[in-house]
Write a protein that binds this ligand. Structure first.
Ligand SMILES: [Fe+2]
Length: 379
């Protein structure tokens, strides 16, 4: 690819001379402008490797031109030579401070001009190679980082599903809680990044169930007080599993696991936190988790009609739930209904789509018992 040069001079004859001279060895393609303002507009649209600009021009002098050019993307390092005739040292110093790389005489062809021009052309080509290489490396790093993020999200979701499969063989609870949580977070006006992270980390809320014995987790009859105490340890165990991670998503998952059974009035567990003491992500997931537990069919109960579950949230806002989270959830009721059990799955995010064979399979085919439902009424 030829080195691309931008030539700016209000003299047509000077421009023609410079263009002929710079293109003489067949290494450069020059674009010329009589008007520096038009030249700047062009430089915003395309990349040049080398710029030669006159000092005295109408509308804008060469120093202002260089100053403006240096602020444009991709123009920080390219060689810029100011064409001078009788300019003083003060003007040349000002041009250097504005970002000029060198000066070229306006005189007819000379050995000095030829050599310096050749050096500038080589410098321009080298800068372009470096910039191309840097851009390539940056895109490689961005792609690798993106892929790493996707893997992170997928592993989190699969970990959550592995736990859920112990007492629920569809994985749908995990995904619905994530979707409800995203709705609440968005409607609360939380930053977009946090909404996304809550959506991705919400599936980890019951990860501590992995440590609950089968005879308690899968017990079909009512739990004793002692068994309920064991069930309740899943919040603390989940936090321990996820704590101290360097991954922000897993840190958020730890907050959610620890706090999703806390209550707004302080009567929850494991720490009896109340109101704003409970991390917002946990307050969000608490509403999503209970609503899904209430409206899901279990071997020991019919699903609660959506309207009744809605009433339950309203009755318990300010007691069990953060009122703002309930209000946010109910303000997007149509979307909630579309996600609720028995509804057709809408378009899945990529990480969910990858798991579609797991999430869109048979529903409720195995007797199960989601103790998340206990949170709605008992604790
Ligand atoms: Fe839970």
């Amino acid at each position: 690819m030829l080195t691309q040069a931008l030539l700016v001079d209000d003299s047509r004859s000077v421009l023609n001379f410079l263009k002929r001279h710079i293109e003489a060895e067949g290494l450069v393609e020059a674009t010329t402008f009589l008007d520096p303002v038009e030249a700047l507009a062009c430089a915003r649209e395309r990349v040049f490797d080398l710029v030669l600009v006159d000092y005295e021009m109408p509308h804008m002098d060469g120093i202002s031109f260089i100053r403006a050019l240096r602020t444009m993307p991709g123009c920080a390092d390219i060689p810029i030579a100011m064409i001078t005739s009788r300019q003083t040292d003060d003007i040349k110093m000002e041009a250097l401070q504005a970002g000029a790389t060198d000066f070229l005489p306006k005189a007819p062809q000379s050995v000095e001009m030829t050599v310096r021009l050749r050096n500038l052309i080589q410098l321009g080509a080298a800068v372009r190679k470096l910039n191309d290489r840097a851009a390539h490396l940056a895109s490689e790093v961005a792609a690798a980082t993106h892929k790493l993020g996707e893997r992170e999200e997928e592993i989190i979701l699969r970990l959550a599903l592995a736990v859920e499969y112990r007492d629920n063989d569809t994985g749908e609870h995990t995904l619905r809680v994530a979707r409800y949580s995203r709705i609440i977070a968005e409607q609360l006006g939380l930053p977009a990044r946090l909404c996304r992270d809550i959506y991705l980390a919400a599936p980890l809320h019951d990860v501590g169930k992995v440590a609950i014995p089968d005879n308690i987790l899968l017990k079909p009859s009512k739990l004793t007080d002692d068994e309920m105490a064991v069930i309740r340890t899943h919040a603390t165990i989940g936090e321990k599993i996820l704590a101290d991670s360097s991954c922000e998503l897993i840190q958020l998952g730890a907050q959610i696991a620890a706090g999703h059974h806390e209550r707004w009035d302080g009567a929850g567990y494991p720490n009896g936190l109340k109101a704003d003491e409970i991390p917002v992500a946990a307050r969000v997931v608490a509403v999503a988790d209970v609503f899904d537990a209430l409206t899901t069919r279990r071997p020991y109960k019919e699903p609660m009609p959506l309207e009744l579950a809605r009433d339950y949230l309203v009755e318990n806002q300010g007691r069990q739930f953060d009122p703002a989270c309930v209000e946010a959830f109910l303000s997007r009721w149509d979307e909630v209904v579309a996600i609720a059990p028995g509804q057709t799955a809408t378009q899945l995010p990529k990480s969910e789509a990858a798991l579609a064979p797991f999430t869109l399979g048979a529903t409720g085919s195995r007797p199960d018992q989601d103790r998340g439902g206990e949170s709605a009424t008992a604790v």
